[in-house]
Ligand binder design. Structure first.
Ligand code: ASP
Length: 300
């Protein structure tokens, strides 16, 4: 189905089927409606995906922003990326400490530097210089207790072992954009960076498609992630849906699992996963929003 504008969100592939996700479903439903209205009102795809991801970071409901869990050194390190398919420009931050909304720092990299990815202390310095919100009190900011041993947290909530948030959108002018943000894998080694902030792997947008991935980042890096999907479409003649599933099959061959949300320039949407579930939502002109956590994939 083709749409004049469309937004898809994910809240991560780290789903525990035994957990109650009602709060998440309500949040995703409200957010996807709000983003659809913004697009209908003429907002750009880029501003809309940034807004969506920042809202998910702030909610504390996902393993990104406020919901991030500490690494094995007890520190919260975040990764995020954003890409404007219309301008073919991207920005990202990784292993970033103390930035309240990492996606806004990624946008600052896109808009105000000649770089694509800035790590650690440099990312925080940029955020500070751009006047972005910083985390001054980790203990009260993060929803999960900072400094608790990862094994202890795993016992508290096995459903949060990993997670990421992402958004892909096409606006009324047909421009595509993607944004993705994560607290990374639970109990990860200090300094570990996954697929999320890597433009072309966890996040991608050009004039053909927009993609946001979630899952075991190492496997997505081996599988090629978002650019693998783009390549299968451009050179192999695959449809968006076929390309997403082929990439996920490769993730599985590399002993990982996860999911992907993607939009192509015709407005087709794929929300595919090979994990037990993926928190997800989609809305566009002329169709009611869909929100789901478990179950099978969506095609639109
Ligand atoms: N892809 C993220 C990472 O590996 C985690 C996730 O999506 O759940 O850092």
């Amino acid at each position: 189905m083709s749409l004049s504008h469309v937004i898809a969100l994910h809240g991560g592939a780290g789903v525990n089927p035994a957990r109650d996700y009602r709060e998440v479903e309500i949040h995703l439903g409200e957010l996807v409606r709000e983003c659809e209205a913004r697009l209908a009102g003429g907002a750009s795809a880029l501003d809309t995906v940034e807004h969506a991801v920042a809202a998910m970071e702030d909610s504390g409901l996902y393993v990104a922003g406020r919901g991030s869990a500490p690494n094995d050194a007890g520190e919260v390190e975040c990764d995020a990326a954003i890409m404007d398919g219309a301008r073919f420009q991207a920005g990202g931050v990784c292993a970033a400490v103390g930035i309240a909304q990492p996606v806004r720092a990624a946008r600052a990299v896109l808009e105000h530097t000649p770089h694509v990815l800035i790590a650690g202390a440099g990312a925080r310095r940029l955020a500070e210089a751009r006047g972005l919100a910083l985390v001054t009190d980790s203990a009260s900011h993060y929803r999960l207790p900072v400094g608790v041993e990862p094994e202890e947290l795993l016992r508290l909530d096995a459903g949060l072992s990993h997670g990421t948030v992402g958004a892909v959108a096409m606006d009324r002018e047909g421009r595509l954009a993607a944004a993705t943000s994560t607290g990374g894998l639970f109990g990860k080694h200090a300094g570990r960076v996954g697929d999320t902030p890597l433009t072309g792997i966890g996040n991608w947008a050009d004039d053909q498609l927009a993609v946001s991935c979630t899952g075991i980042g190492e496997a997505f890096i081996y599988a090629g992630g978002a650019r693998e999907i783009a390549g299968r479409m451009a050179y192999g003649g695959a449809s968006l849906d076929e390309a997403c599933h082929a990439m996920l099959a490769s993730v599985a061959r590399h002993h990982g699992d996860g999911g992907v949300i993607a939009i192509d320039r015709s407005g087709a949407v794929t929300m595919a996963f090979n994990s037990p579930g993926m928190k997800r939502a989609v809305a566009g002109a002329g169709r009611p929003p869909v929100v789901a956590i478990c179950g099978s994939r969506e095609r639109a």
